[in-house]
Every structure is written in structure tokens, then in C-alpha cells.
Design a binder for this molecule. Structure first.
Ligand SMILES: [Zn+2]
Length: 151
């Protein structure tokens, strides 16, 4: 089987997806990503963040959504260091950090993202470390979000 992961960078999981396959619930996220902005859906009734987006609020069962721009900074909530490649051709990127980050601006109504954390010393990553979003512009449609230590 032939694969084409493109140019590989140690610590960076490649953007395998080239299309967002967005629908009405996710298009605003991808539109903002193309502009290097992080937005998240917030229930217009009760204020709960609904990330990933959902048709109905899990808290109050209403449909309304307000898209809120977030600062793009976050705190590492959990992480793992991936040392074994998911595919033999991905060996050059290992080890890399896959983590869950808690997004600033969503405290009390928490929104977290599962992301690749890049530009880090994988042996010294800690829960609680501060990170910021960075987008890789894959093409006109797709911009992949990742996080890196706050500079
Ligand atoms: Zn709600």
C-alpha cells in the first residue's frame, strides 16, 4: 500500500485530511480557522460551550448557537507521548505529543480540544503547561489547528 503523508516534520502529525467535510454545525469553525481565528459554539440559551458542535445543547436541549471568538490560548489538561507510529511511514514524526487542552475563555463552561502539541520538548511536557493555537493552512479550505507553547 502506497501512502503519501507529504513532507514530515518530527513532532508534527501531518494533515492527512485535505477537506473539512463541514456541515452547518462546523462550517463557522473552519471559516475562522482559515483566518487564524479560533471560534467555538456557545449555547445561546444557557451559555454552555458545545465543542464539538452539536445540534442540541446537552445541558438545556435548545438549538440556538452563538459562535464566540476565543483568545486561542489554553492549558494542557492531559496528554500522551506517541512513540510508536500509527503507520510505518509515520516513524519520522515520532515521538510526538497528542493532548487535550482546556481553552481560555470557556472556564466554567469548559471546552476542550484534542490536538497535536508541537514545538515542545516531549520529555518535559506537563499538565498545566500554557499553549497557544497555530493553524497550518493546508489549502484554501482546510486549516489544521495545533497548539504550541506560549511564546
Ligand atoms: Zn444550553
Amino acid at each position: 500500500m502506497s501512502t503519501d503523508f507529504g513532507e514530515l516534520t518530527p513532532g508534527v502529525f501531518p494533515s492527512i485530511l485535505k477537506e473539512t467535510n463541514a456541515d452547518y454545525l462546523t462550517q463557522p469553525f473552519w471559516d475562522a480557522a482559515r483566518q487564524d481565528r479560533l471560534v467555538a459554539p456557545k449555547c445561546s440559551n444557557c451559555g454552555t460551550f458545545r465543542l464539538p458542535p452539536s445540534a442540541y445543547c446537552f445541558n438545556c436541549q435548545q438549538r440556538g448557537i452563538d459562535w464566540v471568538e476565543l483568545p486561542g490560548t489554553a492549558t494542557i489538561y492531559s496528554f500522551t507521548i506517541v512513540r510508536h507510529p500509527l503507520h510505518p511511514d509515520l516513524a519520522p514524526i515520532c515521538p510526538y505529543v497528542s493532548g487535550v487542552v482546556e481553552l481560555d475563555g470557556t472556564q466554567g463552561a469548559g471546552a476542550r480540544m484534542l490536538v497535536n502539541i508541537i514545538d515542545v520538548d516531549v520529555e518535559n511536557v506537563k499538565i498545566g503547561d500554557r499553549v497557544e493555537i497555530v493553524f497550518e493552512h493546508v489549502n484554501d479550505e482546510m486549516s489544521t489547528p495545533r497548539f504550541r507553547p506560549v511564546r
